[in-house]
Design a protein around this ligand. Structure first.
Ligand code: SF4
Length: 382
């Protein structure tokens, strides 16, 4: 059996078919909840990378990091019926603000490790992949910290991923030299609460034993039965799930007609991509010819070259290019009072801020929000 992750195990627990589709499908997608979770963990890892170097990350910087990670991740996600991606983005942004609150008094020196990925061996020759957000030292104890991103999880509701934490604790015992005790810590990013508990060796042993048995059941499953539930409409694999499709078949357009539409769409999409690369190639050829024309005009000392039915004028001028990172330029413009008269508004960024709900409300009011649909074509193999 391949080494599994706790994400796989959680997915299997919710629905074996969803787990199977997530592993074998070439149309792999994330749910918005997974997208938010991954973006948050990547942001926390980046911020911790700065913290251990003694550079605490401020709220605005952390939010900018989250925005980058979200932008990348959301491309692979499939929103559930009625779900609004921006709602998840805003929820993630609030989580990042809480992360900054959690770490505001830390200079990072207590961190032993962060964004840890390891493999823990289990009984009966099985292994599981573990992921720990942060490990830090407190006296002779290692604190294994997990940031909880799900909004419905809170300290008062109890711990839902206890086995993952216990197996991570076992990994810490075997992997971190000089550690006498392990403390598990959960930081709830939706509520700002924190919860801790000390771990007993017996609990860890029981957790790995139970997990190993559960993985044995998973590996003997050959049918991966669907487990329909109310959350099917949010499942990122529902388009490939027969069980879900039969429940909505009445509203699905005629299959043959849709095959024809999809084939035509894919055909047009490929033609556009092919044309774009041809344009690039033609531009390259034109550039090479331009160099030859300019070299010829230099050699004959003329600024116009006449050909058979064509004249090419050569005009030399100067062009200023600013550095890609405009921070220094902008701060200089501000220092010298030129910013207001010279700077240009970054409209694409402004549009993005409005959609995310982080723009100045007065400016947001001036915008008209028009729903649009982006369709991306991917060929499926087999
Ligand atoms: S749509 Fe429902 S039954 Fe189908 S894979 Fe997803 S969760 Fe499972």
């Amino acid at each position: 059996m391949p080494v599994m992750s706790f994400d796989d195990i959680r997915k299997y627990r919710r629905c074996p078919r969803a787990y199977r589709l997530s592993v074998v499908s070439d149309d792999w997608r994330l749910s918005l909840s997974e997208c938010m979770d991954i973006s948050l963990r990547r942001t926390i890892a980046r911020a911790d990378g700065r913290r251990v170097l003694g550079h605490p990350v401020l709220k605005d910087e952390a939010l900018a990091m989250f925005r980058d990670e979200w932008d990348e991740c959301v491309q692979d996600s499939l929103a559930g019926d009625g779900q609004d991606p921006m709602e998840y983005f805003r929820r993630g942004a609030r989580c990042i603000e809480r992360f900054v609150e959690f770490t505001k008094n830390s200079d990072g020196s207590e961190l032993m490790s962060f964004d840890v990925r390891g493999v823990q061996n289990l009984p009966y020759g099985r292994s599981v992949r573990i992921r720990v957000d942060e490990v830090y030292r407190r006296g002779d104890s290692a604190v294994i910290c997990k940031y909880v991103t799900e909004p419905f999880e809170s300290a008062s509701a109890g711990i839902t991923d206890e086995d993952e934490s216990l197996v991570s604790a076992l990994w810490a015992v075997y992997s971190l030299p000089g550690i006498e005790r392990v403390v598990l810590q959960w930081r709830y990013l939706s509520t700002g609460e924190e919860r801790e508990c000390r771990v007993r060796k017996q609990s860890m042993d029981e957790a790995v034993e139970n997990l190993s048995r559960e993985m044995a059941d998973m590996s003997s499953d050959k049918s991966f039965p669907p487990r329909p539930s109310e959350s099917c409409s949010l499942c990122p694999h529902r388009n490939l799930c027969d069980s879900y499709q039969t429940t909505v078949s009445d509203s699905v357009p005629d299959r043959q007609e849709m095959d024809r539409v999809l084939a035509e769409y894919a055909d047009l999409d490929e033609k556009i991509v092919a044309l774009s690369s041809r344009v690039e190639m033609l531009k390259g050829r034109r550039e090479a010819l331009k160099e030859r024309i300019v070299a010829y005009s230099d050699s004959v000392r003329r600024d116009a070259v006449y050909g058979d039915g064509v004249v090419v004028d050569i005009r030399r001028y100067k062009r200023a290019e600013l550095p890609k990172d405009k921070t220094a330029v902008i701060s200089r413009l501000k220092e010298t009072g030129q910013y207001g008269s010279l700077s240009m508004v970054n409209y694409s960024r402004l549009r993005s801020d409005i959609i995310r709900g982080v723009a100045d409300p007065e400016i947001a009011k001036m915008a008209t929000i028009i729903p649009d649909i982006r369709v991306r074509v991917r060929r499926r193999s087999g």
